[in-house]
Design a binder for this molecule. Structure first.
Ligand SMILES: CC(C)(COP(=O)(O)OP(=O)(O)OC[C@H]1O[C@@H](n2cnc3c(N)ncnc32)[C@H](O)[C@@H]1OP(=O)(O)O)[C@@H](O)C(=O)NCCC(=O)NCCS
Length: 168
């Protein structure tokens, strides 16, 4: 991905409102804002990124390094503005996170998505992530039930081992 007019930067806490403002429309009207509280923009800035084009928000990435498992890095949320999709922006954000994770001694990256986000399932698979087993299946995809929240917030879980070639 090369577009010189794009600015990649670490988020600040005040960016949270901007992300909240776009999140439902970027997720096709689904309101997932409760899954991304402001605390992520206060305590995981160093492992998160925002992308702007002429001051407009075009993508964001929220990740963190797992505290209990020193070899793991986790992707919590990623979103790309609909008009900026399929140009490699999310792949770029993930690769930057992979590089940072390796520098930090992490060898495994985990990510999640909702089963209804079939584009996200395809994206993670295209990037080389494996699907982790769940306790049910939705359209042939393994899901972990009630993982994001009780009563039906199921998640598809992914895992990728950071081999050296992933970083190239
Ligand atoms: C999923 C999402 C982050 C992908 O972002 P993106 O910048 O468009 O992804 P990329 O351009 O890096 O895609 C890389 C590859 O992934 C695959 N891919 C990405 N989106 C896809 C889709 N909707 N359907 C099928 N394959 C897809 C393709 O193989 C693509 O390569 P190609 O364009 O050369 O065919 C974006 O569609 C999005 O923000 N969706 C809504 C929010 C969401 O579901 N977030 C993820 C869960 S938190």
């Amino acid at each position: 991905m090369s577009c010189t007019s794009l600015v990649f930067r670490r988020p600040i806490p005040d960016d949270w409102e901007r992300v909240m403002a776009v999140l439902p429309s970027w997720w096709d009207g689904r309101d997932l804002r409760a899954l991304l509280p402001r605390v992520f923009f206060e305590h995981f800035r160093g492992t998160s990124l925002l992308v702007e084009h002429e001051d407009a928000l075009v993508a964001f990435f929220v990740g963190f390094f797992c505290g209990d498992h020193q070899d793991e890095a986790c992707v919590h949320f990623v979103g790309v503005a609909p008009e900026w999709r399929r140009v490699g922006l999310a792949s770029d954000l993930y690769r930057r996170f992979f590089a940072l994770a390796r520098t930090n001694g992490r060898s495994v990256v985990r990510a999640v998505t909702a089963p209804v986000d079939t584009g996200s399932v395809a994206f993670h698979t295209a990037l080389g992530f494996s699907l982790l087993p769940g306790d049910a299946e939705v359209d042939g995809v393994p899901v972990t039930l009630d993982q994001a929240a009780p009563q039906g917030r199921h998640l598809v879980r992914f895992q990728l081992f950071l081999e050296p070639e992933v970083l190239s």
